[in-house]
Design a protein around this ligand. Structure first.
Ligand SMILES: [Zn+2]
Length: 486
């Protein structure tokens, strides 16, 4: 009997607490509604309600100030043309005076390559927070931007010395920047590594290796040729720690920052980078830290510490900077993209592990290939057999080159297999020829709508998690209400 009354008492208390909370919420809503009205149109009764609830008034006013501040920070600002030019000249002066310059890059340097940024108005993170769908582009089709090429050139000229990037798009590597001058803190979508082999064994691929991976799931479905362990991607998602020596190269980054007297931040909100104390020499007094120049359209948490903040698009700023320096920036040439030399081709039994598009040296647009193949070649096997037959008949590479040129019907086969020189073709044995047909197979394979995995999972995983948490806490609250009203 006593037990029952105790339970009843607790239930009554809970119910009272919930009703009280509900009453407070209703009051908050009323106060908020009154505050939205201009002072002169409030009735005496409404004015009295405000006077009776000063804590609610200050809470609502505080919230609206915070909201406005957040909105202002998300605003993209672009400096006037003449201001931008003056600021760029100032940046060049600082670069000339500096003895060791480190550049931090973020998604903003890749937006002109049609890769969405994170926190811009149409950024992946912004859209996910609003619950909107994000458009998924295949990042393999992106190419290094003017900024990537300018940075590579500046490194070659020894004007900048190290680049720390948060981008996973691999475009710094593809611009030709040497590995030792780069720290890809959040990984590279073209690299998979063996978790067992020491020293670290990297496999650079010509396609996005993150197709099957997501938060805490890094296995790519391919295996190490040396120890047969399943390979991992190198992407560091929110809530994970990047511990791989490469491509993160934390050692190189920290060493560079220690020597630096100038840090230039390009197209990054710094919301993640600011959390890495090793990058800011926070253990030293302010006057001993490197000078900070920031190029970003939106607010960053380091703005107050910056010597100069430039509100401009990275490509626009870098074009001005390079013209002040008087340095010509070579355009990106696919033929010279180092990834083709660095990449490990897939073996025949690995072909089915990916449906992603492959990077090709060929000038031919990837999207055009299926139409050519359907017109001229019935199947990948047919293309392969045709070329095999040519290999058997002709032993001299010169002859083969001339012969292939004289046979227009074979051109689609060659282009499809991306064999550009006859010499490389003659070196191929049948097994290698088998292996390279994975290119055709992936083209022929049904390309499904990409799921929110891999590289994009970086933002989405966290968003989904927070949504799940919210949903479960709502459910819990509802259950509590039902329980207590029973
Ligand atoms: Zn291994």
């Amino acid at each position: 009997m006593a037990e029952r009354s105790r339970r009843q008492l607790k239930k009554n208390q809970d119910l009272e607490r919930i009703l009280c909370l509900e009453k407070e919420r209703a009051r908050l809503r009323t106060v908020r509604k009154i505050l939205k009205k201009p002072c002169e149109s409030r009735t005496d009764e409404e004015a009295q309600i405000l006077l009776d609830a000063p804590h609610l008034v200050s809470q609502i006013e505080g919230n609206s100030v915070r909201l406005k501040c957040l909105k202002d920070r998300a605003q993209e600002i672009i400096d006037e043309e003449d201001i931008l030019s003056t600021k760029c000249a100032e940046l060049v002066k600082a670069m000339k005076e500096s003895s060791y310059t480190v550049v931090y890059t973020g998604a903003g340097i890749s937006t002109s390559a049609d890769i969405p940024d994170y926190r811009g108005p149409d950024g992946v993170w912004t859209l996910l927070q609003k619950g909107k769908e994000i458009s998924l582009t295949d990042l393999s089709t992106a190419e290094p931007t003017f900024t990537h090429m300018a940075l590579k050139k500046l490194h070659k000229e020894r004007i900048i010395h190290h680049i720390v990037s948060q981008n996973c798009d691999g475009l710094h590597v593809r611009s030709g920047l040497p590995k030792s001058a780069l720290s890809e803190l959040h990984g590279n979508m073209f690299i998979e590594v063996c978790p067992k082999c020491k020293p670290l064994k990297q496999y650079i691929r010509l396609f996005d290796v993150t197709e099957k991976t997501s938060l805490h799931r890094h296995k790519t479905g391919r295996f190490c040729k040396k120890c047969n362990s399943e390979l991992n991607d190198t992407i560091v998602h929110f809530g994970e720690k990047g511990t791989l020596p490469w491509p993160m190269n934390w050692k190189g980054a920290v060493k560079a920052v220690e020597k630096a007297d100038l840090i230039i931040c390009l197209g990054t909100s710094l919301k993640v980078l600011r959390r890495y104390p090793g990058l800011w020499r926070t253990d030293q007094p302010h006057n001993k830290r490197p000078k900070l120049y920031i190029v970003n359209l939106q607010w960053t948490p380091k703005d107050t510490q910056a010597t100069l903040k430039i509100h401009g698009k990275c490509d626009d700023v870098m074009k001005k900077v390079m013209s002040v320096f008087g340095i010509c920036v070579p355009a990106y040439e696919k033929e010279k993209d180092p990834i083709f030399q660095l990449a490990t081709p897939l073996l025949l039994d690995e072909v089915s592990t990916t449906t992603k598009l492959l990077l090709t040296k060929s000038e031919l647009d990837i999207k055009e290939i299926p139409s050519i193949s359907s017109d001229s070649i019935e199947s990948p096997e047919q293309a392969q057999n045709k070329l095999k037959a040519e290999l058997e008949n002709i032993s001299n590479s010169q002859d083969l080159g001339d012969y292939l040129k004289s046979k227009p019907d074979l051109q689609p086969c060659i282009r499809l297999l991306d064999i550009t020189s006859a010499e490389s073709l003659i070196k191929l044995n049948a097994e290698k020829l088998d292996a390279i047909t994975y290119f055709i197979k992936s083209e022929v394979a049904q390309i499904e709508k990409p799921k929110l995995m891999g590289w994009y999972g970086k933002g989405c995983a966290k968003w989904k998690k927070s949504n799940r948490k919210r949903a479960s806490s709502c459910k819990r609250q509802k259950t509590e209400v039902v329980d207590s009203t029973l």
